[in-house]
Structures are given as structure tokens and as C-alpha cells.
Design a protein. Structure first.
Length: 158
């Protein structure tokens, strides 16, 4: 299995089509601007696919919380239909990208892989398993930049 990208590294730019529309997504349009939860998923055992589907369903139910934190969830996979289980994910918060030849999947450390990428464009977490969504939201809220954002929100509300 390929090695995960390292914490503190930057993800090299990539271009992939959105599975539902065929429109092209340039990662450089998002990375370094928004926080990104990058999920690299491929053909896998049924239990693993179900776990990803459940995670995506849970995350989609919390799309408002993700948007509040300037988060885009990017799923890179060679089999979008299997990974999503046919569920509609709210755009633009969620982008399911087709990596038909698995080139980006391999470059991103192989599947499964999960990366939390900060607004500064660096990897804040790199894991082989999907952490619970609530844990991710708490992790994002503990980031210094998010702390400053929350302080600004509080100040603006006074």
C-alpha cells in the first residue's frame, strides 16, 4: 500500500471531473481557500464501502455545520456510484470526483485515505480510517485560524 501524504505537506494540484455533471474541478480553486476533507476511496470490501456511505450520509446531514466552517468535502474515487450508494450529496459542499484510472488515488496515498487540509493548504490530519464527523468538527474548531474566525463571529454579533 502507498504511504499517506505527511502532515504539514501540501497536496499537489489535480484536475478531475465531477461524477454527476462531468464538469472539471481544479483542486487549486479550493485548496488553500477553504478547508478540505479529502476522502480517497476506491473499490473495496462491501463493509468498507458501507462505512464510507454511512459517513457521507452523516456528513451530508451536517452540511450546514461544514459550510459554517468553510469546509468542502472532496471524494476521489474510481467508482462514484458504489461509494455514494446513489445518495445525492449537497453541492457545492460535497464534490464526488471520478478518478477513472486511479492515477490521483495512487498519488494521494492510495485508498482508503482521509486528509483534513487547512485553509493554509497544508495537511492537518492524514488517516486510513474515517474519523466521526463530530470529532472532525471539533478538530476544526480547535485550529488556530478557526478560533480566530469564531472570535470574529462573536465580536461581530455584539
Amino acid at each position: 500500500m502507498e504511504e499517506l501524504l505527511a502532515m504539514g505537506d501540501r497536496v499537489a494540484p489535480f484536475t478531475l471531473p465531477v461524477s454527476s455533471s462531468g464538469a472539471t474541478v481544479l483542486s487549486s480553486d479550493i485548496l488553500g481557500i477553504r478547508r478540505v476533507l479529502l476522502l480517497v476511496a476506491g473499490r473495496a470490501e462491501e463493509a468498507e464501502v458501507r462505512a464510507v456511505q454511512t459517513w457521507l450520509r452523516t456528513a451530508a446531514a451536517q452540511a450546514a455545520e461544514l459550510n459554517e466552517r468553510d469546509v468542502t468535502v472532496m471524494v476521489v474515487t474510481d467508482d462514484p456510484e458504489a461509494i455514494t450508494g446513489g445518495q445525492e450529496l449537497p453541492a457545492p459542499t460535497f464534490q464526488v470526483l471520478r478518478d477513472a484510472y486511479r492515477e490521483e488515488t495512487l498519488r494521494l496515498g492510495g485508498a482508503p485515505a482521509f486528509y483534513l487540509i487547512g485553509k493554509d493548504g497544508t495537511i492537518k490530519a492524514a488517516e486510513r480510517t474515517l474519523p466521526p464527523v463530530a470529532e472532525l468538527l471539533a478538530r476544526i474548531d480547535s485550529m488556530p485560524m478557526r478560533q480566530r474566525e469564531m472570535g470574529s463571529i462573536t465580536e461581530a454579533g455584539r
